[in-house]
Design a protein. Structure first.
Ligand code: PLP
Length: 397
């Protein structure tokens, strides 16, 4: 049977449904099955096999079928040449950093990133492996340019950034990186490829936690890197065969299934988050709302130039209140769940207290603690009513 292919002549939604799926050759099933086996039959004489070859049906740590189907879909949705899917978003970040960097190299990265990026680059790679690092305000491309040194190998940014929703200009930073012989990687987890495709904007790599929007149902972990095959082949061998960060076939299958509805879910996340952000702006007890879709956001113009059709489902906001009030506020919520993670179907809120060692890098208004709120796909009226009754109970209206 001829393999079905869906190139970019097809729309995003069609590719989210079809790319990477096909009729199963053996059973005729119209959904490809999960292959849970961890070993594959060897040829009559296996002595010439390379046990360290990635992507071959040999041993599941070298890569497996469900992972490959998902890679095909994500490369298409992110508009990149190739994709590798690993066990988590952090496995993807560390896979990229360990493959590209060696001691003596220099990395510039955003002052606002998921904490693991800071730990990996600034602590592990810097302190243990002699990679030089600098943290910059990447919302200012000139600050990035000024930080360049002759040995700059990589610039890593996150936009929107976790947890302050800071926006960085992907096109401008890609130009600075390339003028100086460096590579640019962009963590696209908050936006998802439905709203933003960094490789199409000039980045060399997109990194994504699949645990969030792409799976979308809060029941599987995974991570992906999208970029040129020549680099991804290195990561494929290193991260899987040598470091063991291979995704389980079941998780790859779950994420494949979740990704089918990514476009539909993102439309609802975008619309709900915008409505909730606008509502929060009307509440007296709210000290600030950070959402790139709001015109009041300092990065709104840049966000609008690189995010389309929406600005994602995550926002942050603060209260005119003390530490205990934040915790009591959360205890009144019923539709919205107090939990880490983001990009799930359900609304998730997390009180990020005063304990983040990097708070000094955040804008002033974040310093006394704040909420990161991943707005789910419930009815927006129910999300707002849930917030409203909690504000009422704490006399914050
Ligand atoms: N990147 C961003 C922006 C994140 O928010 C997270 C997790 O919250 C990660 C990467 C790490 O992903 P994972 O938890 O799948 O390892």
């Amino acid at each position: 049977m001829e393999k079905k292919t869906f190139g970019t002549e097809y729309g995003f939604q069609t590719r989210a449904v079809h790319t990477g799926n096909d009729i199963d050759g053996e059973s005729g099933a119209i959904k490809r099955p999960i292959t849970m086996a961890n070993s594959y039959a060897l040829p009559y004489d296996p002595s010439s096999l390379n046990w360290s070859e990635a992507g071959k049906n040999l041993y599941t740590r070298n890569g497996g079928s469900n992972q490959q189907y998902l890679q095909e879909r994500l490369a298409s949705l992110e508009g990149g040449e190739d994709c590798i899917v690993l066990a988590s978003g952090v496995a993807a970040l560390s896979g990229l950093f360990f493959a590209l960097l060696k001691s003596g190299d220099y990395v510039i990265f955003s002052d606002v990133t998921y904490i693991a990026v800071y730990r990996l680059l600034h602590e592990l790679l810097n302190e243990k492996f002699g990679v030089e690092t600098t943290i910059v305000d990447s919302s200012d491309p000139e600050a990035v340019r000024k930080a360049i040194r002759p040995n700059t190998r990589l610039i890593h940014i996150e936009t929107p950034g976790n947890p302050t929703l800071k926006i960085s200009d992907i096109r401008a930073i890609a130009a600075i990186a390339h003028e100086n012989g460096a590579l640019l990687s962009v963590d696209n987890t908050f936006a998802s490829p439905f709203n933003q495709r960094p490789v199409e904007l000039g980045a060399d790599f997109t990194v994504e936690s699949l645990t969030k929007y792409i799976n979308g149902h809060g029941d599987a972990m995974g991570g992906a890197i999208i970029g040129p095959k020549k680099y991804l082949d290195i990561i494929r061998a290193q991260s899987q065969i040598n470091l063991g960060a291979t995704i389980s076939p079941f998780n790859a299958w779950l994420i494949m299934r979740g990704s089918v509805t990514l476009p539909l879910r993102m439309k609802q996340h975008n619309a709900n988050a915008m409505q909730v952000a606008q509502y929060l702006q009307t509440i007296k007890g709210v000290s600030f709302v950070a959402y790139p879709g709001l015109e009041s956001h300092p990065g709104h113009a840049v966000a609008a130039s690189q995010m389309n059709p929406g600005f994602g489902g995550v926002l942050s906001f603060g209260l005119h209140a003390d530490h205990d009030t934040y915790n009591r506020f959360v205890s009144h919520l019923k539709v919205i769940t107090s939990a880490v993670s983001l990009g799930h179907d359900e609304s998730l809120i997390v009180f990020l207290g005063e304990d983040d060692e990097r708070q000094y890098l955040y804008p002033e208004e974040f310093h006394g603690g704040f909420f990161r709120f991943s707005v789910g796909i419930e009815d927006p009226e129910d999300i707002i009513a849930d917030l409203q009754q909690a504000f009422e109970k704490e006399n914050l209206l």
